[in-house]
Design a protein around this ligand. Structure first.
Ligand code: COA
Length: 334
């Protein structure tokens, strides 16, 4: 007869304990990019809402930006690095294939050999990480989890490509997820549509790059209008499902923090979801561009700093991108 195993047991609920972020120092205005793509500041602002973005310097590595954002999140959460049981890093732009950058970050932060791994869910990565972290805390495999969204997309963006050069940018955000007496992270609504795998992707895989006569970095390519249509309409339904599953009516929502892909997508989603005017909407994209996995914690941290979000607010997070992968959940703002 097999031995009876003791079941895992965690906290009844999980919540965000604190968030932090890091913005690279160098501001890159549209004017700096337009010549190489025969575009204009006006066109970029009108189509995307982006006025400027940040590009990381060589010293502002994925690890460096992650550690800076994480230290801020830990301090605000009142959690020591040694209390972190797991570090989850969402990124597609850490260019060393293995090991996971999460392991180096866990070490540099001074965790006690926390479990650490990277996840690849592109722009949806941060919300995937929050969902995993909440389940770990509730399931008993971790008490405190550090979730990081970080990108150096400038490394994999072709600055001569008219369809992407003005969109992508760099930065990092982090959140500490821990135990709670009350639900602070609602049920996730997530999924993927691999039929549209090619809509946003890196152009080649590494073997194709090496086989080329003049190897170049595999850059991001995107079928912009198809992505625009998918995100604007399908994602609004996902957002409404996340509200419904959390038992939150649109008029009970304080903040809407979508992935900062494009200001027009944000506006289209808010309209399709019929969000009341009282809901404060994250619009960090204007100054930060699209930082993929980092965009939601960057945007939420800024809303907190500027008083557009307050501790205890109810916020809808929704992230979407390459894959096409998506994830949404309602959270209580830390
Ligand atoms: N600057 C100036 N003009 C440009 C341009 C640029 N960078 N890129 C395209 N154009 C022109 C085209 O030549 C075309 O001109 P025409 O009408 O005279 O033929 C016109 O703009 C429309 O081209 P199109 O490729 O259909 O652009 P678009 O309207 O779809 O806009 C995006 C392009 C990328 C701004 C838009 O598709 C978009 O925002 N998509 C979503 C992208 C996104 O958010 N991705 C992240 C998801 S995680």
């Amino acid at each position: 007869m097999s031995a009876a195993l003791r079941p895992p047991s965690g906290s009844p609920h999980a919540r965000l304990w604190g968030i932090g972020s890091y913005r690279p120092a160098r501001v890159v205005a549209n004017a700096e990019l337009v010549e190489a793509i025969d575009s204009s500041d006006e066109w970029i602002q009108q189509r995307t809402g982006i006025r400027e973005r940040r590009f990381a310097s060589p010293e502002e590595t994925v690890q460096m930006m992650s550690v800076a954002a994480s230290r801020q999140a830990l301090e605000r959460a009142g959690v020591d690095a040694r209390q972190i049981d797991c570090v989850v890093v969402a990124t597609v732009s850490h260019l060393l294939q293995t090991p996971a950058v999460a392991t180096a970050i866990a070490h540099e932060l001074g965790t006690d050999q926390a479990a650490a791994f990277d996840i690849s869910a592109a722009c949806a990565g941060f919300c995937h990480g929050i969902s995993l972290a909440a389940d770990m805390v509730r399931g008993g495999s971790a008490r405190h989890v550090l979730v990081i969204g970080v990108e150096r997309l400038s490394d994999i963006t072709d600055l001569t490509d008219r369809g992407t050069a003005f969109i992508f940018a760099d930065g990092a955000g982090a959140a500490v997820v821990g135990p709670s007496d009350e639900p602070g992270i609602g049920p996730v609504v997530w999924g993927s549509d691999g039929e549209q795998f090619d809509l946003i992707r890196t152009r080649e895989d590494w073997r194709d790059v090496l086989a080329a006569d003049a190897p170049v970095m595999p850059h991001l390519v995107m079928q912009g209008s198809a992505v625009f249509r998918w995100a604007s309409f399908t994602m609004a339904k996902v957002g409404l499902q996340a509200l419904d599953r959390a038992g939150v009516a649109p008029d009970q929502l304080d903040c809407f923090v979508p992935h900062q892909a494009n200001m027009r997508i944000t506006d289209a989603m808010a309209r399709a979801m019929k969000l009341p005017e009282t809901v404060r909407i994250a619009r960090d994209i204007a100054e930060q561009g699209n930082t993929s996995a980092a965009s939601i914690p960057l945007a939420l941290d800024r809303m907190l700093a500027e008083g557009d979000a307050r501790s205890g607010d109810t916020a809808l997070l929704i992230a979407f991108g390459a894959g096409l992968a998506y994830a949404a959940q309602v959270v209580t703002v830390p």
